[in-house]
Design a protein around this ligand. Structure first.
Ligand code: ADP
Length: 909
């Protein structure tokens, strides 16, 4: 029954598992089968863990542990502790896993259960390896190896060797890794542990392939094939194929490699672990590249990239876990030191007496157990709070990642890009544009610095390490100056900013930097969240309540407002209301948290009122004191608003005239600097036009029918996904390749973009070469279709049923032309009219798909039919000419020869 529950229900049907386990618990309890009762009690704990109900899980598990205490066999207790440790470990609760495994290790030692002691140490090693602390992992695995060697437990010696092999591989120490794996395999074989030996061989083969030692790799591959024959599991044969593929590839036999990999690919349906997929896609990418199969290579590269990104996210998660883990362990270590000292003393005493007086050992042992249990109870209490904290940290991390990465990546793209541009400018002695580039770098750099400073300030404030640098001066002119420095930013955004104070002077203590930061944050938010033609009022006054004078500042806007549901959260760190569609600028969600902390440091208060779609109002009250040194002139250290500007006057010119022969690229990007950088990249090879947001982008795309579109994702009005969706479902624009430019390069985003029809992705910060590779790929794809259509002498392409929107479009045109075939005056304008699109839209679209102008394409369709008629009917050349809309048979003959390379008379039946 136990195995029925653990093997069949525990991970798939937890409810059934719970019912079964509970009835078995009653049964064993009534029958007084104590050991079984302990088992079921702890299994119930496990099931709750599986259901993510950790608190009840621990409660149930603890009951089991309590029962284990009463059994006359102390190894049961230590085993149960060990199992609980693994349970925590499997649920990635590393802090509790660490504590529990430490405990189980100690208790096992007392109980003389060296196997359990060893495995507890081994798992501590796994834990540190997962956290990326390989040194510590190595230490534990070595300890495990030593212990199992002393006690001569071969199985554990093999295990510890294998674990060391893994850790050394992670550390890049190939020689040591190989040595330990070999030892692990040797022992596993001696013990007939085939499955374990096969894991060892698998690792060895990977290492040898990595090291280009193919003969060794082949030797162990033979062994692997031999050992795994016994198991009826397709994943083994899949591994074999992948290894064969990698070896062939390494030896330069690309065709053979491809064949192996492709047959492994077919098996993906049966076994689909990410590990296998990653290896396979990488190999397929490499091989196809070597074989010059660019499209396939690209395809696999993207698949591989998605998995790699997954891995990066996982790594970042581990790093955060590592920090939390270390903090927690450090914080606990003081409490633990006392308890542990006590425990250790008892352990030592018990060990000494163990040999002398068995009875005494039992009593001491029992005491130890009781102490251990008491200790466990304490950690159980901490466990719940820790888990909650871990969860919060996780949530925090998620929003931090999405917002902060965007905020960092955009300026980094510009800085990186413009630096490259300057380099090549200097090389080519083109010095006139360098000033613009440097100015852009400076501005983006200031923005980044500001962001980093804000984050540091917030951390300082939260640790209580921030102090006010007060001066006593007139605050009114200072406030007016700071507020008015936002005038140009407001103007840029077509917002009316009004600053007025009811008093002319107010001498008080204030911290200039911090007050600047507060006003800047509130004002830049107001500007950010207020649409064009909006109004912002800064109202300054002095008020007195309960005889205490206050400086009062109100910043009021008539922007998008905040809903009453969101309002209480706006001061939370990294919080942003979900207004993505109307969001004018991205942010980090740090500003208001910092503002509030700063105001509180000044012993002031901030309150917010807001109505959705009406506007927001932030009111500050800062108590007036007059204790600091009087200062005549107030130093203003940082110009508040410069880095916020998004318009570079120098490069805001729009080139709407697009007469050039170069392909036309539409850039849809709200950040002027990024747009400018893109333009600089593209000059000489492409003609560019620029739209400042998704909505304008869509309009321009429809009007201009560009050859390629590069669009940002996070944008006001309409975001990049909407741009994709709209343009890819419009017949006029569905043929245009779209490159999505994004800072949010998460898998979900990629998938979202791809599902909306994006053709490629470019993650910020990107380099010029990357951009060109993407563009070249898309242009090459397009050329391929054009050639295909041009070579399609018999029009087969257009006869087929197809899902390709471009071919469907051509079929539709052909049908329309056929309807008017004999009408010689039917031309481009009539065709466009029938299609309900403009003549120039039709022209650009046809040119993009077929490489031909509308008139030439029309003629081709006529000639195609003519050719068919000549070949299948007895009609004369003239008859056919008239029938296909040619007024003049000799003109027809010339056109025919032009198109097909021979005259119509040679075609007649
Ligand atoms: P952010 O960097 O995102 O602007 P803040 O902490 O400054 O971060 O603001 C948090 C959130 O509060 C913003 O993302 C926005 O949703 C909301 N908010 C702040 N000020 C305003 C305002 N004046 N009008 C509307 N929403 C606002």
């Amino acid at each position: 029954m136990k195995s029925l529950i653990t093997d069949h229900y525990l991970y798939s049907k937890t409810d059934s598992a719970l019912i079964l386990a509970n009835s078995m618990l009653d049964y064993t309890h009534n029958k007084k089968y104590l050991k079984c009762e302990i088992d079921f009690q702890t299994i119930i704990g496990e099931i709750y863990f599986e259901q993510n109900k950790f608190e009840i899980g621990i409660e149930s598990y603890t009951k089991g542990l309590d029962l284990a205490k009463t059994v006359n066999d102390s190894t049961i207790y230590s085993k149960k502790l060990f199992e609980l440790g693994i349970l925590y470990y499997n649920h990635e609760d590393y802090v509790n896993a660490f504590k529990t495994l430490q405990k189980s290790r100690e208790v096992s030692r007392i109980a003389g259960d060296s196997l359990n002691e060893g495995w507890s140490i081994g798992y501590l090693g796994h834990l540190f390896r997962d956290l990326g602390d390989y040194k510590k992992a190595e230490k534990y695995h070595l300890e495990h190896l030593q212990l199992s060697t002393i006690y001569g437990i071969k199985r554990s010696i093999s295990g510890a060797n294998g674990n060391l092999g893994g850790v050394y591989d992670d550390m890049g120490n190939t020689l040591k890794s190989i040595k330990h794996w070999k030892e692990a395999i040797k022992l596993a074989k001696e013990l007939d542990l085939d499955a374990y030996a096969s894991i060892g061989t698998l690792n060895l083969i990977s290492i040898y392939i990595k090291e280009n030692q193919f003969s060794n790799a082949l030797k162990y591959l033979d062994e692997y094939i031999e050992v795994t024959k016994k198991f009826d599991d397709p994943s083994y044969s899949q591994n074999i194929k992948i290894f064969q593929c990698q070896i062939e590839y390494g030896m330069g036999n690309y065709v053979a490699a491809l064949q192996k990999c492709e047959s492994s690919l077919k098996m993906l349906e049966t076994s689909k672990t990410e590990y296998v997929q990653k290896k396979l896609y990488k190999s397929l990418y490499q091989i196809n590249k070597k074989l010059n199969r660019q499209n396939e290579a690209l395809d696999y590269f993207e698949k591989y990239q998605i998995l790699i990104d997954n891995e990066k996210e996982e790594k970042a998660r581990t790093e955060i876990q590592n920090i939390v883990f270390n903090n927690q362990i450090a914080a606990d270590s003081i409490d633990q030191a006392q308890e542990k000292g006590l425990l250790n003393a008892t352990f030592e005493a018990s060990l000494q007496k163990k040999n002398q007086e068995k009875n005494l050992f039992l009593i001491v042992g029992l005491m130890v157990l009781l102490l251990a249990i008491a200790y466990f109870q304490v950690s159980k209490k901490i466990a719940a709070t820790e888990r909650k904290r871990l969860k919060e940290v996780n949530q925090l991390k998620n929003s931090l990642f999405t917002n902060i990465t965007h905020e960092f990546r955009t300026p980094l793209t510009v800085i990186k890009g413009m630096t490259d541009t300057i380099k090549s400018n200097i090389k080519n002695k083109e010095l006139d544009t360098i000033d613009t580039s440097i100015e852009m770098i400076q501005r983006n750099n200031d923005g980044l610095l500001h962001l980093v400073n804000e984050m540091l300030d917030l951390a300082k404030l939260e640790n209580g390490n921030m102090e006010l640098q007060l001066v006593q001066a007139d605050v009114i002119p200072f406030l007016k100056y700071i507020s008015e420095s936002f005038n140009s930013l407001a103007e840029e955004n077509k917002i009316n900013l009004i600053v007025y104070s009811e008093i002319d002077t107010l001498i008080m203590d204030f911290d200039t930097d911090k007050l600047t930061s507060i006003i800047s944050n509130l004002l830049s938010n107001a500007i950010k969240f207020t649409p064009e033609l909006g109004k912002i009022i800064v109202h300054i006054n002095q008020i007195t309540t309960k005889e205490q004078p206050f400086l009062f500042i109100k910043i009021k806007d008539n922007g998008i407002g905040i809903s009453s549901k969101e309002l209480p959260n706006i001061y939370n760190r990294f919080y942003q209301t979900d207004a993505s569609a109307i969001r004018k600028n991205e942010g980090t969600g740090i500003g208001l948290a910092l503002t509030k902390e700063l105001i509180e440091l000044m012993k002031g208060t901030i309150t917010a009122k807001s109505t959705l779609n009406k506007g927001s109002e932030f009111s500050l009250m800062i108590p007036v004191t007059n204790r600091a040194t009087v200062s005549e002139d107030v130093q203003i250290n940082n110009e508040p608003a410069t880095y916020l500007s998004n318009t570079s006057t120098i490069h805001s010119e729009q080139s709407l005239e697009t007469n050039s022969e170069l392909p036309l690229v539409l850039i849809i990007e709200d950040n002027m600097d990024v747009a400018h950088y893109l333009k600089t990249c593209l000059t000489n090879k492409y003609e560019t036009i620029h739209a400042i947001n998704g909505e304008v982008g869509i309009e321009m795309a429809l009007e201009k029918i560009p050859d390629i579109i590069i669009s940002d994702v996070m944008m006001p009005e309409k975001d990049g996904f909407e741009v994709c969706k709209t343009l890819k479902t419009d017949e006029r624009t569905d043929h245009i390749p779209i490159i999505i430019l994004t800072a949010k390069a998460s898998i979900e985003d990629k998938l979202k973009g791809l599902s909306h029809g994006a053709d490629a992705y470019l993650a910020k910060p990107f380099i010029k070469e990357e951009l060109f590779t993407r563009l070249d790929q898309l242009v090459a794809l397009r050329k391929k279709l054009i050639t295909k259509i041009q070579n399609d002498e018999f029009g087969n392409l257009l006869k087929k049923r197809t899902k390709n929107p471009k071919l469907q479009f051509l079929q539709k045109i052909e049908k329309l032309i056929n309807e008017d075939m004999s009408n010689s005056s039917f031309g481009s304008a009539d065709l466009a009219k029938k299609l309900l699109i403009s003549e120039s839209q039709l022209y650009r679209k046809l040119k993009a798909i077929t490489g031909k102008s509308t008139a030439v394409f029309l003629r081709s369709i006529r000639l195609k039919l003519a050719k068919e008629l000549l070949a299948t009917t007895n009609k004369t050349v003239s008859e056919v000419a008239y029938e296909t809309g040619f007024n003049d048979p000799s003109w027809f003959s010339r056109a025919f020869k032009d198109e097909f390379g021979y005259s119509p008379s040679t075609t007649t039946k």
